[in-house]
Design a binder for this molecule. Structure first.
Ligand SMILES: Nc1nc2c(ncn2[C@@H]2O[C@H](COP(=O)(O)OP(=O)(O)OP(=O)(O)O)[C@@H](O)[C@H]2O)c(=O)[nH]1
Ligand SMILES: [Mg+2]
Length: 294
């Protein structure tokens, strides 16, 4: 019997630069999308560090009353307005405006380190994943472990992740992180509906249920650099519960969505077959103690 490969064998190393030449030979363009609402005090360092990774830097603003939009424009970002419905709406607006092949979502409040961007997008460009989420359970969080309020968020989040794992036969650790990368065609095929931060779990659950390849990388979540959190768990928990149960149990994919995901799966499989000899060669040439199947 062929021995199983160690889990890290198919996982790329953690890159610090993006190699934009894909497994398919084409050059991939990266759009970094930053949703903002009154983030004038936080936005500058986020855009500065994200910009070198971005072929397109897109700020989706929620009608900020401070200088957020002016700062974004001065930093060279394109700025579009959302429809005033919340962060989920902003994510959809960003997807609709983006021109890149892979989209990365980074919060503007300093909670996410843009230096995680290569680790998120490289598995997609290299053809191992369609959607990669940063995981706070693997990388740690300064916003989930200290207070009662944070405990409630963490507990709810873990219940949701557990239910996705057991019903969909996956082993995810974080379904609600705002830091993620996704192929643009896959993002559009999900036909997202949520208007608030419940869009994160919608993206994860729909990706899994449609059979897209979802990966996770360890990313750390930092405390918001300045200003107050917009998140009020007591106000939004019913919407979290509703959307969790709806997408997991009641939502039925449209025929076109199933066809699109099956086509993507076939393309990925064909690509994998094509690249396998090269990957085995790479592994044998590396210093790592890799045992590839003969
Ligand atoms: N465009 C837009 N962005 C928003 C909106 N609400 C929040 N954001 C941005 O989305 C990101 C995440 O915000 P939230 O998850 O609401 O909450 P938060 O304030 O970061 O909460 P904590 O993570 O608990 O600190 C931040 O960059 C916000 O500026 C909105 O209605 N429209
Ligand atoms: Mg935050």
């Amino acid at each position: 019997m062929t021995p199983a490969l160690p889990a890290w064998y198919t996982r790329p190393h953690r890159p610090s630069v993006i190699n934009r030449t894909g497994a398919d030979g084409r050059i991939w363009r990266v759009t970094v999308i930053v949703p903002t609402r009154n983030e004038a005090g936080n936005l500058r360092p986020v855009l500065e560090v994200a910009a070198p990774y971005a072929d397109e830097l897109l700020v989706v603003d929620g009608h900020s009353s401070d200088d957020t939009r002016q700062i974004a424009e001065a930093m060279g970002a394109s700025v579009v307005l959302d429809n005033g419905r919340g962060k989920g709406d902003a994510i959809r607006v960003g997807m609709a405006h983006a021109t890149g092949d892979v989209l990365v979502f980074v919060d503007a409040d300093g909670s996410h380190d843009p230096r995680d961007i290569p680790a998120l997008v490289q598995p997609i460009i290299d053809g191992y994943a369609d959607h990669v989420s940063g995981s706070r359970m693997l990388g740690g969080s300064d916003e989930l472990h200290a207070t009662l309020h944070q405990f409630v968020r963490l507990f709810g989040s873990q219940i949701i992740t557990l239910s996705v794992n057991y019903t969909q036969n996956v082993r995810l650790t974080d379904c609600q992180n705002g830091l993620r990368a996704i192929r643009r065609d896959v993002a559009l095929a999900l036909e997202l509906q949520e208007n608030i931060t419940t869009i994160e779990q919608e993206m994860v659950i729909k990706s899994v249920r449609l059979g897209y390849r979802l990966g996770e990388v360890a990313t750390h979540e930092y405390v918001r650099a300045n200003g107050e959190s917009n998140f009020r768990v007591l106000d939004v928990w019913p919407r979290y519960v509703r959307s969790w149960l709806y997408y997991l149990l009641l939502w039925k994919p449209q025929r076109a969505q199933v066809d699109a995901s099956m086509q993507r799966g076939q393309e990925a499989e064909a690509q994998r077959e094509e690249n396998l000899p090269q990957r085995r060669g790479d592994a044998e040439a590396s210093a790592l103690p890799v045992s590839a199947p003969k």
